[in-house]
Design a protein around this ligand. Structure first.
Ligand code: MN
Ligand code: MN
Length: 461
């Protein structure tokens, strides 16, 4: 054998996904990414993603799961977990005792939530005080256009949905930063200290109401909110209002190969799962799709992946098909679908390039995530990794192996460990992202499309 022949037969040679991409695949990829962008424009919070998914699922024949119901192969059910997370299932032809195929993603993203007493006036400017949610670099959030999304439960028991800053005719909101001319002291601080959490105050207005009195700018803002949403200041105590970047998902790059949006993490995997789920007929194994909340703050709470809501849903499915929950979980497989870092040559020193995901190389499969000696990871077994390798290769899905950054540089978590703790074989996988957790994150269209195909392959395995 020549060295070239040996090389071809012995060595791994990762290729850019555009190599060998057919026109048909390219057309499908672009159509998929258009649908994904529309989802991103409609859904910037877990609530919005849940409501949107419920509506689409209903349209595609999914019914709410009801305790005591009987389910047969091909039946489609879902559980809306308090409007904050959603679980869906398509019943397979095999007994659930033989296990199910799960894909789990999250729909919450880092942002700035309003504090319970958010509205105040200082120096004749009205503001909202915020408490950031999830891991953000605080200096990235001033001087970008922001929107308010959320709900307010009013005193009379009704709930009103608030969205300001997304329509072309809407005003947007902004957090101020210091002018460079006076930044001599600020510029000496670290990036972590240059803008601190208590400076993430959102400008709401500057025009005082006519007449006498104090805090007339604040009063003016409250009057406007009352006129539009019927709320009073005390209603902020029973509200979930959140500040997110305003604007739509955009094509990025002169070749339009990337998508830029707020919150690809992790709605890019959530959407992939939804489309994969809706494309299923009657799979062999029951397919389960989880769109969880609270991943960005540790998967806690009633709508997070640690919640017993998942176990209850699985118990209901088992009851409805005559299976036993523990048997089912023991034989199940889960793809924990969450984004990872794409290699960024601007910050090459933070990564081990030989083990990092690259844009346009397909869905990234991670044996482990975590930090400092894999802490917090589920660390999939060789057998679990082989299962994914086989399933994706057989389905012709382009994928790459990946770890997140250099060892001891940092790290990240996903819901994988919480699935694995339930005795479910779990592997991490997801779309590589540039500038993760920034107001605008970048993903490649090719990787988005491959992630949908990967979820479909897992469901059909
Ligand atoms: Mn994530
Ligand atoms: Mn994240």
């Amino acid at each position: 054998m020549t060295n070239e022949e040996l090389r071809a037969s012995l060595l791994n040679a990762p290729k850019n996904g555009y190599v060998g991409l057919t026109q048909t695949q390219r057309d499908e990829m672009n159509a998929y990414c258009k649908r994904y962008a529309a989802f991103m424009d409609a859904c910037k919070t877990e609530r919005e993603a849940t409501a949107w998914t419920v509506a689409l699922a209903e349209k595609n024949g999914f019914k709410p799961i009801v305790p005591g119901m009987q389910l047969k192969p091909g039946d489609k059910v879902y559980k809306n977990n308090r409007g904050k997370s959603i679980l869906l299932a398509v019943i397979g032809s095999k007994s659930m005792n033989e296990g199910v195929n799960i894909c789990a993603a999250h729909t919450d993203s880092p942002r700035m939530d309003l504090k319970p007493n958010p509205l105040y006036e200082d120096s004749e400017i009205a503001y909202f005080k915020t408490h950031y949610y999830g891991g953000i670099k605080k200096y990235q959030w001033p001087t970008v256009a922001l929107a308010i999304h959320g709900v307010v439960c009013r005193k009379d028991g009704t709930t009103v949905t608030v969205t300001i800053g997304e329509a072309d005719t809407d005003p947007v909101l902004v957090v101020s930063d210091l002018l460079v001319h006076l930044s001599a002291d600020q510029m000496k601080k670290t990036l972590a200290e240059g803008i601190v959490a208590e400076q993430l105050n959102v400008i709401l207005g500057t025009e005082p109401l006519e007449g006498e009195g104090s805090d007339l700018v604040k009063l003016h803002i409250m009057k406007l909110l009352n006129e539009k949403y019927g709320i009073t200041e005390a209603d902020f105590h029973s509200a979930e209002l959140t500040i997110v970047p305003a604007g739509k998902c955009r094509e990025v790059g002169l070749d339009r190969s990337l998508l830029g949006a707020y919150g690809h993490d992790d709605r890019v995997c959530a959407y992939a799962q939804i489309e994969a789920m809706l494309s299923l007929g009657a799979p062999k194994r029951t397919a389960v799709c989880i769109l969880a909340d609270k991943e960005e703050i540790g998967s806690v709470g009633v709508s997070g992946m640690k919640s017993f809501a998942f176990d209850t849903f699985m118990q209901d499915l088992c009851d409805a098909t005559g299976a036993t929950l523990n048997r089912c979980l023991e034989n199940s497989f889960c793809l924990s679908a969450d984004v990872t870092n794409a290699f960024d040559p601007n910050f090459a020193e933070t990564c081990d390039k030989r083990n990092n995901s690259m844009l346009n190389h397909g869905i990234a499969i991670c044996k482990y995530t975590g930090a400092r000696g894999k802490s917090g990871a589920s660390d999939a077994s060789a057998e679990a990794m082989y299962h994914v390798r086989k399933v994706l290769d057989n389905a012709g899905v382009r994928w790459q192996i990946a770890t997140m950054g250099k060892v001891d540089q940092g790290g990240g978590g996903t819901v994988a460990a919480y699935m694995a703790n339930r005795n479910i074989v779990t592997v991490d996988a997801g779309v590589p992202v540039l500038c993760m957790h920034a107001p605008m994150e970048l993903v490649s269209k090719f990787d988005c499309y491959m992630t949908m195909l990967a979820c479909k392959a897992v469901y059909e395995a």
